[in-house]
Ligand binder design. Structure first.
Ligand SMILES: Cc1ncc(COP(=O)(O)O)c(C=O)c1O
Length: 399
């Protein structure tokens, strides 16, 4: 090899060296992913065996009925397979906007699930050095999305007073600094199943910073529809989607609603992340939302199913785990105190020794330690058998 080529080779491998992990020689991931791992939810689910009862799952145990399948066939047969406009088909945006006074052309963006909606918002608004207020306990993606954007997640604590996990708005307001870019609110909550009242939401909407209201569980409620933050102030960005309400987790259909000026950079971020949500899923969502009567009866049916499953879960939790919690007002999770101070080890042991999957509460923030999230998006048999296995394991361990 001529000398200069050899030199060039050394130079290139030196350069590559800087880009490789010295121990594994694998390419180094970007710094923004440092200390970010697959979520504990995924880690626990990875311990599942064919004999496991899965109460760790975060998706509805609901299959499409005949009408929903017909809608899907129609969407596949007649819907377009081409790119849609970046923020989605305007006919679908019109249905999502409904009668809420939001302009379908400029104030609605259809996304590849609520997760992509959140990612687009964080990419649009959060800079390195910013702070993002996130609930503790709360959905773990919020803090991770803040970190990926180079910001610091700052937890606002939910008070477990009588285990109803209220937002202490005064304490939340005290956490706002000049660096606070976003406040994230989630009602109904994953992992708590709690719902935030309208007055509290309005105070947060008026706080000053942009507010992201994650309402992906809004259609899953038991006594009364949860209040929405939509329209509470110019600063509010509402995200939602069809993963939970229509058991469409794999079809990736979500949305953002925000005032035009706030929406513009979100659509720009969304364009570079996803281009547009799946055209098929958009056509399907349009059929669903156009058939208001069918949609109403579908939602009533799945609420009734989850209500029955909630009762079964609360009954077994009280009988087997000797714990009484207030009935969750929405979503399909029970956040249950357990006699273990390291719930990660506890949940991993339950997965391997008792063949039941639950999520350690600390996966949702420090205040979740001492709790596990039990999902009752499972059959009545699995709910009973899974919680009974936890109780049996605890009794055998003398706890
Ligand atoms: C609170 C919350 N927000 C957002 C998401 C993401 O939902 P999607 O499937 O619409 O991306 C989830 C999923 O579990 C969730 O629990």
């Amino acid at each position: 090899m001529p000398c200069d080529e050899k030199l060039l080779g050394c130079y290139v491998s030196e350069l590559l060296g800087e880009r490789r992990d010295s121990a594994t020689q694998q390419p180094k991931p970007a710094k923004r992913l440092a200390n970010i791992e697959l979520s504990l939810i995924r880690q626990i689910n990875a311990l599942a065996t064919p004999l496991s009862v899965n109460l760790g799952i975060g998706e509805p145990n609901v299959e499409p009925d005949e009408t929903l399948r017909e809608f899907a066939v129609r969407a596949a047969a007649t819907g377009s397979w081409h790119y849609t406009a970046n923020p989605g088909n305007v006919s679908l945006r019109r249905l999502i906007a409904g009668e809420n006074g939001f302009d379908p052309k400029s104030e609605v963006c259809v996304t590849a699930g609520t997760e992509e909606a959140l990612f687009s918002i964080f990419q649009a608004y959060v800079d390195p050095g910013d702070e993002v207020l996130v609930p503790n306990p709360g959905f773990l993606a919020y803090a991770t999305l803040a970190r990926i954007a180079g910001a610091t997640p700052v937890a606002y604590e939910l008070a477990p007073r009588a285990a109803d996990w209220r937002v202490d708005v005064d304490a939340l307001l005290r956490k706002i600094t000049p660096k606070t870019k976003l406040i994230v609110v989630n009602s109904p909550s994953n992992p708590l199943g709690s719902v935030i009242d309208g007055e509290t939401l309005q105070r947060i909407a008026n706080a000053g910073p942009l507010v992201v209201s994650d309402e992906v569980y809004r259609e899953i409620w038991y006594d009364a529809p949860p209040p929405s933050m939509l329209g509470m102030s110019e600063n509010v960005i509402v995200v939602g989607g069809m993963s939970k309400s229509h058991a469409m987790t794999g079809l990736r259909l979500g949305w953002v609603l925000a005032r035009e000026a706030v929406m513009k950079p979100i659509v720009t971020a969304h364009q570079y992340i996803a281009t547009c949500a799946s055209a098929f899923s958009q056509s399907l969502a349009e059929s669903i939302l156009s058939d208001a009567d069918w949609n109403r009866s579908w939602l009533e049916r799945i609420r009734a199913q989850f209500r029955t499953q909630r009762e079964a879960a609360l009954f077994s939790i009280e009988r087997e785990l000797d714990a009484t919690i207030p009935p969750p007002a929405g979503a399909f999770y029970a956040f249950v105190p357990v006699p273990a101070c390291d719930t990660v080890t506890f949940a991993k042991t339950l997965a391997t020794d008792a063949a039941v999957l639950v999520i350690p509460g600390v996966a949702f923030g420090s205040l979740g330690e001492g709790f596990v999230r039990i999902s009752y998006a499972a059959s009545i048999e699995d709910i009973g058998a899974g919680i009974e296995r936890i109780g049996r394991w605890l009794r055998a361990a003398g706890r």
